[in-house]
Design a protein around this ligand. Sequence first.
Ligand SMILES: Nc1ncnc2c1ncn2[C@@H]1O[C@H](COP(=O)(O)OP(=O)(O)OP(=O)(O)O)[C@@H](O)[C@H]1O
Length: 724
Amino acid sequence: MISQIRIKHVKQRDQSDCGVACLATILRYFDSEISLERLREISGTTKEGTTLLGLFQAANEIGLKADGFQGRLKDLKSLKNPAILHVIINQELQHYICLFGYRNGKFLISDPAEKIKYLTEQDLTEIWKSKALLLLKPTNKLKRSKEQKSKKKNWLLSLVKEDYGILGIATFLGIIISVLGISTAIFSQRLIDDILPSQDSERLILGLTLLTTLLLAKSGVLYLRTLIILRQSKDFNNRIIKKFYSALLYLPKRFFDTRKTGELIARMNDTNRIQRTISFVLGDTLIQLLLGLTSIVFVFTYSWEIGVLLLSFIPIYLFVIWKFINPITAGQREVMQSYALNESNYVDTIQGIEVIKNQTKESVFSKITESIYGRFQNKVYHLGYIGLKYGIITQVVGVLAMTSILAFASFLVLRNKLQIGELVALTSMAGGIFPAIEGMTNAHIQIREAKIAFDRMYEFTSIEPEFNPTITFQEIKEVQSLTVENLSFRFPGRKQLLKEFNLELRKGKTVCLLGESGGGKSTFIQILQKFYTQEGGCIKLDNQEYSEINTTAIRSKIGVVPQEIKIFNGSLLDNILLGVSDAEPKKIEAFMLKYGFDEYFNQFPQSYGTILGEEGVNISGGQKQLVGLARALWSNPEILLLDEATSALDRKTEQFVLTILKKLKESKLILLVTHRITTAAKSDKIYILENNTISQSGSPSELLKNGNFFSDFYRENNLKLIIN
Ligand SMILES: Nc1ncnc2c1ncn2[C@@H]1O[C@H](COP(=O)(O)OP(=O)(O)OP(=O)(O)O)[C@@H](O)[C@H]1O
C-alpha cells in the first residue's frame, strides 16, 4: 500500500499549500488530478493557508464527498477512506496531513511537508490536538485522470486537425530531402571507388551534372517545405491564441479574482513554445530522423561490423538522456513559473506607479523587481547550465563514436575489407547519424517543454466556463420586481459575509443599500450580476428563480456603474458604446440629449472623439463616473445598479445624476449602494446592512424614528432631513 501511496504523494510548494497538497494527494489516490493552483482558488487559500471549511468546500466542488468530524484516535484506526487531519507542529505551526490507514500499530501518513511516513499513536496524539478531520470519499462527479487526459488530447488534436494536410505535405517533402541528402555520400563513394580509377571523363561529367541537379532539387524542396511550415506556424498560433483567449473570457469572475494579469500574459506567451516544438519536430527532427535511419541502412550495406559499432553507441546516448531529462524538465517548469511571476510584478508595479511615487517608494519597488528578476535569471542560468552539461556530454559521446568508427573503418581499409570511397561515404553517413540522435533528444526536451506550456495553458481552458455562450435563450422583456429572500453568501473558506439578507426592488422607488465599508455591498451587487452564487436563500425576478434564468439574459438587462470605472483604449464614444460600432449617430445624439450628458461630454477636448485610456487624456474620477453611468444606460437596462456611483462627483453633478435616477425610477428598478448617508437620504427606501444582515429598512423619514446609524448621523450632526 505504501508504495502505491508514495507515487500519489504531492509535496507542498510552501507552508500555505499544505491543505491543498493533501487534497491533491487524495485526488491522485482516487485516480484524479487537479492542479494545486485550482485547488487554492476554490478553497480560498491565502498566504496564511487554507481553513478546514475551505478544504471542505473545495472537496465537495471537485466531486469528493467531504465530511467534517471531531474524532478520537481510536476512530482513526477503522477509517475506510483517506482523511485530512488538522495538526499542530512544534506546538505552534498549523498544518494538514493525510491519513491513509492503520497498520501494525502505526498510522500511515502522507505529510505534504515531508514524505510518506508511519506515526505511532503517541506521535499522532502529540500533534493532532484539534481532533478535527475531514473524511473524503469519491462520488461519481469526480473526473478520473483518464477522462481528463483524453479531453486534453482531444483539445490539442482539435487545434492541429486543420493542419493535417499541410503537415502531411511537409512530411512527404522531408522524406524527399533526406533521400536527396544521402545521394551525396553515395556519389562520393562512387567517385572515389569507380569513376576516378576508371578515368572515364564522360561518366564523371554525367555524375557531376546529376549531383548538381540533385543538390539544387534538395535546396528547392527545402525552401518549399520551410515556407509551408512557416505558414502553418502563423495559422496555428492564431488558432491557439484565439481558442485560449476566447475560452479565458468565458471563465467565471471568481477565476480572475485570484489571478495575476502578468501570469495570464506569460501563459499566453508560452503558447508559442507549442508551435515552435511542432515546427522543430516536423522541420529539423523529422528530416534528421529519416536521414539517420536511411544512413544506418546504408552503413549496414557497406559494412555490418561498422553498423554494429554504430548501434552500440545508441544505448550510451539513451542513458545520457535518461539522466538529464528530469532535471531539464523541472528546470523548464521553474523558468516558466518565475517568468510568469516576473511578468505579473511588472504589471503590478507599473499599474501602481501613482502610489509608488506618492509614497516615494521607487527604490523599494525597484529592489523588489531586481530581486524577482534576479530569481528568474537564476532559474534561466540553472537551466542553461544543465543544458550545457547535457550538450557537452552528448558531444563527447559523439566525438568518441565518430573517432571509433573512423579508426575501425581505416583498419578495415588496411585489411582490404573496405574501399577508400566506402570509408568516405561511411564517415559522412555516420556524421549524419549522431547529430540525428542529438536532434531527437533535443526534440524530446522541446516536446517536454511544450507539454509543460500546454498543461499550464490547458489548466485554464479546462476550467468550466460560467455558461455556454452558444446556447439560445429567451430574452427578458420587462421586469417589475427583484426580490432577495434570506440570501446567504461566503467567499470560499471565509466566514459568512451575508446572512438572512432580504431586499426588494420595485418600479417607482429608488432603493438604497446603506452600510459600512467592507460590509459586503459590492459583493451583493456582484451576486446580482451572477458573478458569484449564493450559499442559501434565493433571488427572484418577477417570481422566477435567478438560477433558472440564463446568465446572459440577466446580464443584458442589468446596467451597472461599479466603484472603479474601467476606461478602455479608445475614444469617449467607444467607451460608452463598448464595441457597438453600427449605432446610428442620430440615436446616440438623442440618447445624450435625453439624459443631459451632452453638456458634460462636449467639454472634453475633442468632444466624443476624445481618446481616453492608455494613450489618451487622463480623465477625472468624476468624469469617469459619468462615462460609467452613460455606458450603463446606453444598453437601456431594466435594472440599474449603482455602486458608490456618485462618490467622486461634486454636489451639482451628483444632483444631476440623482435627477436622472428620479426620472428613471418609474421605468427601471434602481439600487443605489453607498456608505454616504446624505446620498442615501435622497432615495425612497433604505436598507441598512449591519453585522452581515439587513438590520432595518424603510423610507428615510421612517428610519429617523428609530435608532440606527442613519438616524444617529442626523442626530449627532444636528441635521434635518430634506425631502425633495
Ligand atoms: N474575491 C474575494 N475573495 C475573498 N474575499 C473577498 C473578495 N472580494 C471581497 N472580499 C471580502 O469581502 C468583504 C466585503 O467586500 P465588499 O467589497 O463587498 O464590501 P463593501 O461593503 O462594498 O465595502 P466598500 O463600501 O468599502 O466598498 C471584504 O472583507 C473583502 O475583503
